[in-house]
Design a protein around this ligand. Structure first.
Ligand SMILES: [Zn+2]
Length: 340
């Protein structure tokens, strides 16, 4: 007992022991490799012979870094298995379990239902499969969790409206257990500006969902201005290009718009150039609320503990703990109903 006690570092010096808040994590990019492998083998879908080879296809490799599009390419293989209700529930349950092991105590997963309908599931069924996975995990672990619905930019504004309606119809206010908590737009950013999705965001807002968007990852500050002024989001995924616009930084601080920062992912997609400091430090200087997020634990080869360890090179553990605590106030999960 004594030995075990001495070997455990106190929270004050160990970033892995902080109670964490994860506000930006994708289901498809976060399925544990052994589970993907197991499900691929079971369905006879494995494109390679070993799990090690499979891991190379699922996780971004050094030579593949540098663009958002090559990063997004990694999402093809997981979609082969996540077209079936039970598989979806199973992978979501495993992701929540893994997050819990990394001391995540509040978890918002995100997921685009329409790319899980290729085998015939309806939008509603794919959403309910993911909710079911979260509920199974919540029955086993003390974790608050909810689901954000994503519309893919490249599918256009009309599909986004349909998804916003589906998301609202599974809103947390209608569920005793986990429900949908928010709405997001993701995918190839260039050529698909936020303003295209105004009506979808109006539907989501009226339906009581929290609003976030992927913006400023592969586009300039104008994308963030649009997201704030036209869509009325209260959180932004990535937002890296905001550092190029001081007026925007002041606006984000003034209106307390939280930036969901995904450090490892941002370097991998080229949103932040290697060797440059991550914008999170500028955001903190300006008093902009931030969350420390993984984006995709499998594609990015990371997890909450690794992200926090990386930041601990410049921030103290108590600063990191405060960031997580403050980020919790920006969660779209409402207490009470949906929090069984
Ligand atoms: Zn993302």
């Amino acid at each position: 007992m004594g030995v075990a006690k001495r070997s455990r570092k106190p929270v004050a010096s160990d970033p892995t022991r902080i109670e964490k808040v994860e506000l930006h994590q994708h289901v498809d990019g976060s399925i544990p490799v052994p589970l993907t492998w197991q499900l691929m083998k079971r369905h006879g879908l494995n494109p390679v012979e070993t799990m090690t080879q499979m891991e190379k296809l699922l996780a971004l490799q050094n030579g593949e870094e540098g663009t958002l599009l090559s990063y997004l390419d990694k999402f093809q293989y997981p979609l082969w298995i996540t077209q079936f209700y039970e598989n979806i529930a199973r992978v979501v349950e495993a992701i929540v379990e893994e997050a819990h092991q990394n001391h995540v105590r509040l978890l918002e997963l995100r997921y685009s239902p329409i790319i899980h309908t290729f085998a015939g599931l309806t939008l509603r069924q794919t959403i309910s499969a993911a909710l079911s996975g979260i509920n199974r995990a919540k029955a086993r672990y003390p974790i608050r969790a909810g689901l954000i619905i994503i519309a893919m930019r490249q599918h256009g504004p009309h599909i986004a409206k349909i998804l916003a309606r589906s998301a609202v119809s599974e809103g947390q206010q209608f569920h005793e257990r986990t429900g949908v908590i928010g709405f997001d737009v993701a995918g190839a950013e260039r050529g698909n500006p936020p303003k295209l999705f105004k009506e979808a965001y109006t539907i989501a807002r009226i339906g009581g969902l929290g609003l976030t968007i992927h913006a400023g990852e592969d586009e300039g500050p104008h994308a963030l201005w649009q997201a704030i002024d036209v869509l009325g989001v209260t959180r932004i995924g990535h937002g890296c290009s905001a550092i190029r616009d001081k007026a925007l930084l002041r606006r984000l601080a003034r209106d307390k718009i939280l930036i969901e920062c995904c450090i490892t992912s941002n370097y991998q997609t080229g949103a932040v150039k290697r060797g440059r400091p991550h914008p999170i430090f500028t955001f903190l200087e300006y008093g902009i609320p931030v969350a420390i997020c993984t984006d995709n634990t499998t594609v990015s080869g990371t997890d909450q503990n690794l992200e926090n360890k990386r930041l601990a090179q410049r921030l103290s553990v108590s600063q990191l703990a405060r960031i997580h605590q403050n980020a919790g106030a920006f969660s779209f999960i409402r207490s009470g109903k949906g929090e069984a």
